[in-house]
Write a protein that binds this ligand. Structure first.
Ligand SMILES: Cc1cc2nc3c(=O)[nH]c(=O)nc-3n(C[C@H](O)[C@H](O)[C@H](O)COP(=O)(O)OP(=O)(O)OC[C@H]3O[C@@H](n4cnc5c(N)ncnc54)[C@H](O)[C@@H]3O)c2cc1C
Length: 372
Protein backbone atom coordinates (compact mmCIF):
# COMPACT_ATOMS: atom_id res chain seq x y z
CA UNK A 1 0.00 0.00 0.00
CA UNK A 2 2.80 2.39 0.86
CA UNK A 3 4.46 1.78 -2.50
CA UNK A 4 1.23 2.56 -4.36
CA UNK A 5 0.55 5.66 -2.29
CA UNK A 6 4.06 6.98 -2.97
CA UNK A 7 3.00 7.46 -6.59
CA UNK A 8 0.31 9.88 -5.42
CA UNK A 9 2.14 12.57 -3.45
CA UNK A 10 0.79 15.65 -1.67
CA UNK A 11 0.76 17.70 -4.88
CA UNK A 12 -1.61 15.21 -6.55
CA UNK A 13 -4.18 15.54 -3.74
CA UNK A 14 -3.69 19.29 -3.44
CA UNK A 15 -4.51 19.81 -7.12
CA UNK A 16 -7.60 17.60 -6.93
CA UNK A 17 -8.72 19.45 -3.82
CA UNK A 18 -8.41 22.82 -5.54
CA UNK A 19 -10.40 21.54 -8.52
CA UNK A 20 -12.81 19.44 -6.43
CA UNK A 21 -11.96 16.62 -8.83
CA UNK A 22 -12.24 12.86 -8.34
CA UNK A 23 -8.97 10.90 -7.84
CA UNK A 24 -9.68 8.58 -10.77
CA UNK A 25 -6.04 7.50 -11.27
CA UNK A 26 -5.58 6.68 -7.60
CA UNK A 27 -8.79 4.68 -7.42
CA UNK A 28 -7.81 2.83 -10.61
CA UNK A 29 -4.41 1.95 -9.11
CA UNK A 30 -5.98 0.57 -5.92
CA UNK A 31 -8.57 -1.34 -7.95
CA UNK A 32 -5.98 -2.85 -10.29
CA UNK A 33 -3.91 -3.99 -7.32
CA UNK A 34 -7.02 -5.72 -5.93
CA UNK A 35 -7.14 -3.79 -2.68
CA UNK A 36 -10.72 -2.58 -2.98
CA UNK A 37 -11.87 -6.20 -3.34
CA UNK A 38 -10.28 -7.12 0.00
CA UNK A 39 -13.57 -8.13 1.65
CA UNK A 40 -15.11 -10.00 -1.28
CA UNK A 41 -14.79 -13.78 -0.86
CA UNK A 42 -12.39 -15.56 -3.20
CA UNK A 43 -15.23 -17.51 -4.84
CA UNK A 44 -16.46 -14.18 -6.27
CA UNK A 45 -13.01 -13.03 -7.33
CA UNK A 46 -12.05 -11.01 -4.26
CA UNK A 47 -9.18 -11.40 -1.80
CA UNK A 48 -11.31 -12.92 0.99
CA UNK A 49 -9.55 -10.94 3.70
CA UNK A 50 -10.93 -9.86 7.08
CA UNK A 51 -11.94 -6.42 8.29
CA UNK A 52 -8.61 -6.12 10.15
CA UNK A 53 -6.63 -6.37 6.92
CA UNK A 54 -9.09 -4.15 5.04
CA UNK A 55 -8.74 -1.53 7.77
CA UNK A 56 -4.96 -1.55 7.40
CA UNK A 57 -5.36 -0.80 3.68
CA UNK A 58 -7.50 2.28 4.35
CA UNK A 59 -5.35 3.37 7.28
CA UNK A 60 -2.33 3.43 5.00
CA UNK A 61 -4.19 5.49 2.39
CA UNK A 62 -4.84 8.23 4.93
CA UNK A 63 -1.47 7.78 6.59
CA UNK A 64 0.15 8.65 3.25
CA UNK A 65 -1.60 12.04 3.17
CA UNK A 66 -4.31 10.82 0.80
CA UNK A 67 -8.03 10.55 1.45
CA UNK A 68 -9.73 7.15 1.36
CA UNK A 69 -13.15 8.83 1.27
CA UNK A 70 -12.99 8.65 -2.51
CA UNK A 71 -13.01 4.88 -2.58
CA UNK A 72 -13.57 3.25 0.84
CA UNK A 73 -17.23 2.52 0.07
CA UNK A 74 -16.33 0.21 -2.82
CA UNK A 75 -14.89 -2.04 -0.13
CA UNK A 76 -17.84 -2.26 2.23
CA UNK A 77 -21.14 -1.38 0.53
CA UNK A 78 -21.12 -4.72 -1.23
CA UNK A 79 -21.30 -6.32 2.24
CA UNK A 80 -25.11 -5.89 2.24
CA UNK A 81 -25.33 -7.68 -1.10
CA UNK A 82 -23.00 -10.41 0.10
CA UNK A 83 -24.92 -10.98 3.31
CA UNK A 84 -28.50 -10.46 2.20
CA UNK A 85 -28.55 -10.67 -1.60
CA UNK A 86 -29.77 -13.71 -3.53
CA UNK A 87 -27.30 -16.13 -5.07
CA UNK A 88 -28.32 -14.80 -8.50
CA UNK A 89 -27.53 -11.20 -7.46
CA UNK A 90 -24.21 -12.21 -5.91
CA UNK A 91 -22.98 -14.16 -8.90
CA UNK A 92 -24.17 -11.46 -11.27
CA UNK A 93 -22.57 -8.49 -9.51
CA UNK A 94 -19.81 -9.49 -7.08
CA UNK A 95 -17.22 -10.74 -9.62
CA UNK A 96 -17.49 -7.47 -11.57
CA UNK A 97 -17.34 -5.42 -8.37
CA UNK A 98 -14.23 -7.40 -7.39
CA UNK A 99 -12.51 -6.72 -10.71
CA UNK A 100 -13.54 -3.06 -10.66
CA UNK A 101 -15.57 -3.45 -13.88
CA UNK A 102 -18.54 -2.30 -11.80
CA UNK A 103 -18.42 0.31 -9.09
CA UNK A 104 -20.82 -0.06 -6.19
CA UNK A 105 -19.70 2.82 -4.01
CA UNK A 106 -22.83 4.87 -3.37
CA UNK A 107 -25.30 4.28 -0.55
CA UNK A 108 -28.47 6.36 -0.50
CA UNK A 109 -29.75 6.70 3.07
CA UNK A 110 -29.69 10.33 4.30
CA UNK A 111 -32.53 12.69 3.52
CA UNK A 112 -32.78 16.46 3.92
CA UNK A 113 -35.74 16.50 6.30
CA UNK A 114 -35.11 13.44 8.48
CA UNK A 115 -31.44 13.73 9.52
CA UNK A 116 -30.14 11.04 11.86
CA UNK A 117 -33.69 9.77 12.43
CA UNK A 118 -33.41 7.32 9.53
CA UNK A 119 -36.68 5.49 10.01
CA UNK A 120 -38.58 8.72 9.22
CA UNK A 121 -37.26 8.76 5.66
CA UNK A 122 -39.80 9.82 3.06
CA UNK A 123 -38.45 8.37 -0.16
CA UNK A 124 -41.03 5.82 -1.28
CA UNK A 125 -40.63 2.76 -3.53
CA UNK A 126 -44.06 1.54 -4.60
CA UNK A 127 -44.35 -1.88 -6.21
CA UNK A 128 -46.15 -1.79 -9.58
CA UNK A 129 -45.97 -5.14 -11.39
CA UNK A 130 -42.32 -5.97 -12.11
CA UNK A 131 -40.91 -2.67 -10.91
CA UNK A 132 -40.65 -0.41 -7.88
CA UNK A 133 -41.47 3.21 -8.67
CA UNK A 134 -39.28 5.51 -6.58
CA UNK A 135 -40.10 9.11 -5.63
CA UNK A 136 -38.33 11.28 -3.10
CA UNK A 137 -35.05 12.96 -2.32
CA UNK A 138 -31.70 12.06 -0.80
CA UNK A 139 -28.84 14.26 0.32
CA UNK A 140 -25.12 13.79 0.94
CA UNK A 141 -24.96 10.74 -1.28
CA UNK A 142 -21.25 10.50 -1.93
CA UNK A 143 -19.59 9.21 -5.09
CA UNK A 144 -22.94 8.79 -6.91
CA UNK A 145 -21.39 10.39 -9.99
CA UNK A 146 -18.52 7.91 -9.87
CA UNK A 147 -20.51 4.77 -9.28
CA UNK A 148 -22.31 2.34 -11.60
CA UNK A 149 -24.58 0.96 -8.90
CA UNK A 150 -26.10 2.36 -5.74
CA UNK A 151 -27.80 0.73 -2.79
CA UNK A 152 -30.90 2.74 -2.01
CA UNK A 153 -32.95 2.73 1.18
CA UNK A 154 -36.61 3.58 0.65
CA UNK A 155 -39.92 3.05 2.35
CA UNK A 156 -42.03 0.31 0.75
CA UNK A 157 -44.74 0.48 3.42
CA UNK A 158 -45.88 3.88 4.77
CA UNK A 159 -44.82 4.46 8.37
CA UNK A 160 -48.48 4.75 9.50
CA UNK A 161 -49.05 1.14 8.39
CA UNK A 162 -46.18 -0.56 10.29
CA UNK A 163 -46.16 -1.59 13.93
CA UNK A 164 -42.44 -0.81 14.38
CA UNK A 165 -41.01 2.29 12.70
CA UNK A 166 -37.97 0.29 11.58
CA UNK A 167 -40.26 -2.01 9.55
CA UNK A 168 -41.34 -1.27 6.00
CA UNK A 169 -37.97 0.00 4.74
CA UNK A 170 -36.35 -1.83 1.83
CA UNK A 171 -32.98 -1.98 0.14
CA UNK A 172 -32.85 -1.70 -3.65
CA UNK A 173 -29.93 -1.99 -6.04
CA UNK A 174 -30.16 0.90 -8.50
CA UNK A 175 -28.28 0.85 -11.79
CA UNK A 176 -27.16 4.46 -12.00
CA UNK A 177 -26.05 4.06 -15.62
CA UNK A 178 -29.64 3.76 -16.77
CA UNK A 179 -31.37 5.61 -13.92
CA UNK A 180 -29.86 9.06 -14.52
CA UNK A 181 -32.16 10.95 -16.87
CA UNK A 182 -34.92 8.37 -16.42
CA UNK A 183 -36.38 9.47 -13.11
CA UNK A 184 -33.14 10.21 -11.27
CA UNK A 185 -31.29 13.54 -11.22
CA UNK A 186 -27.93 13.90 -9.47
CA UNK A 187 -26.68 17.31 -8.34
CA UNK A 188 -23.21 17.76 -6.84
CA UNK A 189 -22.88 19.59 -3.51
CA UNK A 190 -19.75 21.65 -3.02
CA UNK A 191 -18.35 21.02 0.47
CA UNK A 192 -15.42 22.25 2.56
CA UNK A 193 -13.39 19.26 1.43
CA UNK A 194 -13.14 17.27 -1.79
CA UNK A 195 -15.70 14.51 -1.25
CA UNK A 196 -17.75 14.10 -4.45
CA UNK A 197 -21.00 14.24 -2.53
CA UNK A 198 -24.39 14.89 -4.16
CA UNK A 199 -28.12 15.23 -3.74
CA UNK A 200 -30.49 12.92 -5.57
CA UNK A 201 -33.98 13.62 -6.85
CA UNK A 202 -36.25 10.65 -7.65
CA UNK A 203 -39.24 11.35 -9.82
CA UNK A 204 -40.85 8.07 -10.82
CA UNK A 205 -37.61 6.10 -11.24
CA UNK A 206 -38.43 2.48 -12.12
CA UNK A 207 -36.24 -0.14 -10.44
CA UNK A 208 -36.74 -3.78 -11.46
CA UNK A 209 -38.34 -5.75 -8.62
CA UNK A 210 -35.57 -8.36 -8.98
CA UNK A 211 -33.16 -5.68 -7.65
CA UNK A 212 -34.71 -5.87 -4.19
CA UNK A 213 -31.99 -7.01 -1.77
CA UNK A 214 -33.30 -9.57 0.73
CA UNK A 215 -36.92 -9.32 1.80
CA UNK A 216 -39.19 -6.35 1.32
CA UNK A 217 -39.63 -4.36 4.53
CA UNK A 218 -36.49 -5.67 6.28
CA UNK A 219 -34.02 -3.17 4.86
CA UNK A 220 -33.39 -1.34 8.13
CA UNK A 221 -31.99 -4.51 9.69
CA UNK A 222 -29.71 -5.01 6.68
CA UNK A 223 -28.54 -1.42 7.01
CA UNK A 224 -27.66 -1.91 10.69
CA UNK A 225 -25.80 -5.11 9.83
CA UNK A 226 -23.37 -3.18 7.66
CA UNK A 227 -22.63 -0.40 10.12
CA UNK A 228 -19.99 -2.12 12.25
CA UNK A 229 -17.74 -2.73 9.24
CA UNK A 230 -18.11 0.91 8.21
CA UNK A 231 -17.34 2.18 11.73
CA UNK A 232 -14.18 0.07 12.00
CA UNK A 233 -12.89 1.09 8.58
CA UNK A 234 -13.53 4.79 9.23
CA UNK A 235 -11.79 4.45 12.61
CA UNK A 236 -8.74 3.07 10.80
CA UNK A 237 -8.76 6.00 8.37
CA UNK A 238 -8.82 8.39 11.33
CA UNK A 239 -5.88 6.54 12.88
CA UNK A 240 -4.05 6.97 9.56
CA UNK A 241 -4.88 10.68 9.51
CA UNK A 242 -3.77 11.05 13.13
CA UNK A 243 -0.41 9.40 12.44
CA UNK A 244 0.12 11.66 9.42
CA UNK A 245 -0.57 14.80 11.49
CA UNK A 246 1.71 13.70 14.32
CA UNK A 247 4.54 12.78 11.95
CA UNK A 248 4.29 16.06 10.07
CA UNK A 249 4.04 18.09 13.27
CA UNK A 250 6.99 16.28 14.81
CA UNK A 251 9.19 16.84 11.79
CA UNK A 252 8.22 20.50 11.55
CA UNK A 253 8.81 21.01 15.28
CA UNK A 254 12.32 19.62 14.88
CA UNK A 255 13.13 21.69 11.79
CA UNK A 256 11.56 25.06 12.56
CA UNK A 257 13.88 27.32 14.51
CA UNK A 258 12.55 30.34 16.39
CA UNK A 259 14.39 32.23 19.19
CA UNK A 260 17.52 30.36 18.18
CA UNK A 261 16.22 26.84 18.83
CA UNK A 262 13.86 24.22 17.46
CA UNK A 263 10.27 25.03 18.43
CA UNK A 264 9.89 21.34 19.41
CA UNK A 265 12.32 21.96 22.27
CA UNK A 266 9.54 23.87 24.04
CA UNK A 267 7.26 21.74 26.16
CA UNK A 268 4.37 23.96 25.09
CA UNK A 269 4.90 22.64 21.57
CA UNK A 270 5.98 19.06 22.24
CA UNK A 271 3.41 18.08 24.88
CA UNK A 272 0.34 18.58 22.65
CA UNK A 273 2.01 16.50 19.93
CA UNK A 274 2.90 13.79 22.45
CA UNK A 275 -0.66 13.77 23.81
CA UNK A 276 -2.13 13.51 20.33
CA UNK A 277 0.15 10.53 19.68
CA UNK A 278 -0.98 8.84 22.91
CA UNK A 279 -4.63 9.29 22.01
CA UNK A 280 -4.14 7.91 18.51
CA UNK A 281 -2.41 4.82 19.88
CA UNK A 282 -5.25 4.28 22.36
CA UNK A 283 -7.89 4.66 19.64
CA UNK A 284 -5.93 2.23 17.48
CA UNK A 285 -6.13 -0.43 20.20
CA UNK A 286 -9.94 -0.12 20.27
CA UNK A 287 -10.03 -0.34 16.49
CA UNK A 288 -7.91 -3.52 16.58
CA UNK A 289 -10.14 -4.98 19.30
CA UNK A 290 -13.29 -4.21 17.30
CA UNK A 291 -11.78 -5.67 14.11
CA UNK A 292 -10.71 -8.80 15.95
CA UNK A 293 -14.22 -9.37 17.35
CA UNK A 294 -15.75 -8.66 13.93
CA UNK A 295 -13.47 -11.15 12.18
CA UNK A 296 -14.28 -13.82 14.76
CA UNK A 297 -17.99 -13.27 14.11
CA UNK A 298 -18.65 -12.01 17.64
CA UNK A 299 -20.83 -9.02 18.61
CA UNK A 300 -18.80 -5.84 18.23
CA UNK A 301 -21.34 -3.01 18.09
CA UNK A 302 -20.03 -1.30 21.22
CA UNK A 303 -16.37 -1.66 20.25
CA UNK A 304 -16.92 -0.56 16.63
CA UNK A 305 -18.78 2.55 17.78
CA UNK A 306 -16.24 3.36 20.49
CA UNK A 307 -13.38 2.89 18.04
CA UNK A 308 -14.99 5.30 15.60
CA UNK A 309 -15.57 7.92 18.30
CA UNK A 310 -12.08 7.63 19.83
CA UNK A 311 -10.31 7.64 16.46
CA UNK A 312 -12.33 10.57 15.09
CA UNK A 313 -11.60 12.56 18.26
CA UNK A 314 -7.90 11.63 18.16
CA UNK A 315 -7.46 12.58 14.50
CA UNK A 316 -9.27 15.88 15.03
CA UNK A 317 -7.09 16.63 18.07
CA UNK A 318 -3.98 15.78 16.04
CA UNK A 319 -5.19 18.01 13.20
CA UNK A 320 -5.55 20.96 15.57
CA UNK A 321 -2.15 20.30 17.08
CA UNK A 322 -0.56 20.16 13.64
CA UNK A 323 -2.07 23.52 12.64
CA UNK A 324 -0.84 25.04 15.91
CA UNK A 325 2.64 23.59 15.48
CA UNK A 326 2.91 24.94 11.94
CA UNK A 327 1.81 28.39 13.06
CA UNK A 328 0.91 30.55 10.06
CA UNK A 329 2.11 27.88 7.64
CA UNK A 330 -0.61 25.57 8.97
CA UNK A 331 -3.03 27.72 6.99
CA UNK A 332 -1.09 27.67 3.74
CA UNK A 333 -2.39 25.28 1.09
CA UNK A 334 1.15 24.31 0.08
CA UNK A 335 1.75 22.49 3.36
CA UNK A 336 -1.36 20.25 3.13
CA UNK A 337 -2.10 20.55 6.85
CA UNK A 338 -5.17 22.69 6.23
CA UNK A 339 -6.44 20.23 3.59
CA UNK A 340 -6.15 17.21 5.87
CA UNK A 341 -7.60 19.32 8.74
CA UNK A 342 -10.73 19.89 6.64
CA UNK A 343 -10.87 16.25 5.56
CA UNK A 344 -10.60 14.70 9.00
CA UNK A 345 -13.20 17.08 10.48
CA UNK A 346 -15.90 15.18 8.61
CA UNK A 347 -15.63 12.15 10.87
CA UNK A 348 -17.14 13.97 13.83
CA UNK A 349 -20.37 14.12 11.81
CA UNK A 350 -20.43 11.35 9.21
CA UNK A 351 -21.19 8.56 8.66
CA UNK A 352 -22.61 8.91 12.18
CA UNK A 353 -22.26 11.88 14.46
CA UNK A 354 -20.38 11.65 17.74
CA UNK A 355 -23.55 12.42 19.71
CA UNK A 356 -25.36 9.47 18.18
CA UNK A 357 -22.48 7.18 19.18
CA UNK A 358 -22.65 8.49 22.73
CA UNK A 359 -26.41 7.83 22.71
CA UNK A 360 -25.72 4.29 21.53
CA UNK A 361 -23.20 3.65 24.30
CA UNK A 362 -25.46 5.24 26.95
CA UNK A 363 -28.44 3.12 25.92
CA UNK A 364 -26.99 -0.17 24.72
CA UNK A 365 -23.85 -0.50 26.86
CA UNK A 366 -24.82 1.33 30.05
CA UNK A 367 -28.56 0.61 30.02
CA UNK A 368 -29.56 4.27 30.38
CA UNK A 369 -32.96 5.35 29.04
CA UNK A 370 -33.18 6.02 25.31
CA UNK A 371 -32.79 9.78 24.91
CA UNK A 372 -34.58 10.27 21.60
C1 LIG B 1 -19.46 14.91 3.22
C2 LIG B 1 -20.58 14.00 3.65
C3 LIG B 1 -20.72 12.78 3.03
C4 LIG B 1 -21.81 11.95 3.36
N1 LIG B 1 -22.01 10.78 2.66
C5 LIG B 1 -23.17 10.10 2.84
C6 LIG B 1 -23.52 9.00 1.99
O1 LIG B 1 -22.76 8.61 1.10
N2 LIG B 1 -24.72 8.39 2.17
C7 LIG B 1 -25.61 8.79 3.13
O2 LIG B 1 -26.68 8.21 3.21
N3 LIG B 1 -25.31 9.84 3.96
C8 LIG B 1 -24.12 10.48 3.84
N4 LIG B 1 -23.83 11.56 4.66
C9 LIG B 1 -24.80 11.99 5.66
C10 LIG B 1 -24.33 11.75 7.08
O3 LIG B 1 -24.45 10.39 7.39
C11 LIG B 1 -25.18 12.65 7.98
O4 LIG B 1 -24.79 13.99 7.72
C12 LIG B 1 -24.99 12.34 9.44
O5 LIG B 1 -25.51 11.07 9.73
C13 LIG B 1 -25.69 13.36 10.32
O6 LIG B 1 -27.01 13.57 9.89
P1 LIG B 1 -27.52 15.06 9.59
O7 LIG B 1 -26.51 15.75 8.76
O8 LIG B 1 -28.89 14.97 9.03
O9 LIG B 1 -27.54 15.75 10.99
P2 LIG B 1 -28.76 15.83 12.01
O10 LIG B 1 -29.32 14.47 12.28
O11 LIG B 1 -29.68 16.90 11.57
O12 LIG B 1 -27.98 16.30 13.31
C14 LIG B 1 -27.48 17.65 13.46
C15 LIG B 1 -26.74 17.73 14.77
O13 LIG B 1 -27.64 17.41 15.83
C16 LIG B 1 -27.14 16.34 16.60
N5 LIG B 1 -28.25 15.47 17.03
C17 LIG B 1 -29.31 15.04 16.27
N6 LIG B 1 -30.11 14.25 17.00
C18 LIG B 1 -29.56 14.17 18.23
C19 LIG B 1 -29.91 13.47 19.43
N7 LIG B 1 -30.99 12.72 19.51
N8 LIG B 1 -29.10 13.61 20.51
C20 LIG B 1 -28.00 14.39 20.44
N9 LIG B 1 -27.61 15.05 19.34
C21 LIG B 1 -28.37 14.95 18.25
C22 LIG B 1 -26.17 15.58 15.72
O14 LIG B 1 -25.18 14.96 16.48
C23 LIG B 1 -25.60 16.72 14.86
O15 LIG B 1 -24.49 17.28 15.50
C24 LIG B 1 -22.71 12.35 4.38
C25 LIG B 1 -22.52 13.58 5.03
C26 LIG B 1 -21.48 14.41 4.65
C27 LIG B 1 -21.35 15.75 5.34
Amino acid sequence: MREICEHFPDAYWRKLDAERAYPADFVRALTDAGYLAALIPEQYGGAGLGIAEASVILEEVNHSGANAGACHAQMYIMGSLLKHGSEAQKSRYLPDIASGALRLQAFGVSEPTTGSDTTQMRTMAVRKGDVYVVTGQKVWISRAEHSDLMLLMARTTPIEQVSKRSDGLSMLLVDLRTAVGNGLTIRPIRTMMNHATTELFFDGLEVPAENLVGEEGRGFRYLLDGLNAERILIAAECVGDGRWFVERATKYAKDRRVFGRAIGQNQGVQFPIARAHVNIEAADLMRIRAADLFDRGEPCGAEANMAKLLAADASWEAANVAVQTYGGFGFAEDYDIERKFRETRLYQVAPVSTNLILSYVAEHVLGLPRSY
